[in-house]
Design a protein around this ligand. Structure first.
Ligand code: XMP
Length: 319
């Protein structure tokens, strides 16, 4: 019967049988699926797993360091971190169209991963965090966002020479099952139960052109929002929550002075399937506290708004 322990034992046995004494490469993103694959493969084949973590500089506050702490330090997984933020920012310079930004980020992600993979010798397998809903999704939709969403980690998106044999140990599992086995494998529950995060990361949460200073500001504001949600027991009651950076300036006052600074929008939704969503009815007192903290603590922000748009007609992300 279905227990996380049985599923883990079964998945480990299958991986061992499939890859034999081969070597496996995994693109670790810090997201739930690739994290669980990393933990599972490490358990199954130890040092024969190498993870490449492409840090595009568009992650949440301190997230890159946390990935390294969890996997490299804590679990002893072989992880190569590629600090590619400068390259991503350079490539994004002057690009403001949302789809164009996604293409730039997705394309460069593959290039950087490929460069790193080419340096490694004797890799036989490429591991992917494909889960059951992905299998269904790519069988159906071939146009629109569903396709775009997966373009990051799809084999189809990889260069010809990288089309190695695939190992996809989560292929038959649903998200909640993936989470349970993640905890079983010793991943921190806070990581495993984290809200979804888009592949292009903060690249689509800074509206328009992405600049490093905007990303840095957004990371701080977002971290305050998430931190307060957790402290108030609201994090697990929302399906997804985050801050968005609006590159428009508005007037504010500080002491005797006048300030003219940027705007942050807070977004929090409740949803089952992310296809439709309702804006979260967060308490006013809570929103007030978050707003005050962001304006007081984050340089360059003088106004905070709360997004009260449902999906549809709005999408969850702003881009
Ligand atoms: P939207 O904004 O379309 O988002 O209502 C629905 C869910 O998908 C996530 N999302 C993405 N995930 N790459 C991803 O990996 C993307 O380009 C992307 N765009 C949206 C979004 O965070 C939400 O959970």
């Amino acid at each position: 019967d279905w227990t996380p322990g049985n599923i883990v034992a079964d998945a480990i046995a299958r991986v061992r049988e499939q890859v034999g004494d081969g070597k496996v490469l995994l693109a670790l993103s810090g997201g739930v699926d690739s994290s669980v694959v990393a933990a599972l493969l490490h358990e199954a084949i130890g040092d024969r797993l190498t993870c490449v973590f492409v840090d595009h500089g568009l992650l949440r506050y301190r997230e890159g360091d946390q990935v390294m702490e969890t996997f490299a330090q804590h679990l002893g997984v072989n992880v190569i971190r590629v600090n590619a933020a400068d390259r991503f920012f350079a490539a994004l310079k002057g690009v403001s169209d949302p789809e164009q930004k996604r293409k730039v980020i997705g394309g460069l992600f593959i290039d950087v991963f490929d460069e790193e993979a080419t340096r490694l010798e004797g890799i036989d397998w490429l591991a992917q965090g494909t889960i059951y809903p992905d299998v269904i999704e790519s069988a159906g939709a071939s146009t629109g966002k569903a396709h775009v969403i997966k373009s990051h980690h799809n084999v189809g998106g990889l260069p010809e020479h990288m089309r190695m044999k695939l190992v996809e140990p989560l292929r038959e599992l649903f998200k909640d099952e993936v989470r349970k086995i993640g905890v079983q494998l010793g991943l921190p529950p806070a990581m495993v139960y984290r809200h979804p995060f888009p592949g292009p990361g903060l690249g689509v949460r800074v509206l328009g052109e992405v600049k490093p200073e905007y990303v840095e500001t957004l990371q701080l504001a977002d971290d305050i929002f998430i931190d307060e949600l957790r402290k108030h027991g609201l994090y697990d009651k929302t399906s997804q929550a985050f801050a968005v950076f609006l590159p428009v300036k508005s007037v504010g006052v500080m002491g005797d002075g006048r300030r003219y600074d940027y705007v942050v929008a807070l977004r929090a939704v409740e949803t089952i399937d992310f296809m439709t969503a309702r804006w979260a009815r967060l308490p006013y007192e809570f929103l007030e506290l978050v707003s005050l903290r962001i304006i007081n603590e984050v340089d360059g922000i003088s106004r905070v708004t709360y997004d009260i748009s449902g999906k549809p007609p709005a999408t969850i992300e702003w881009e």
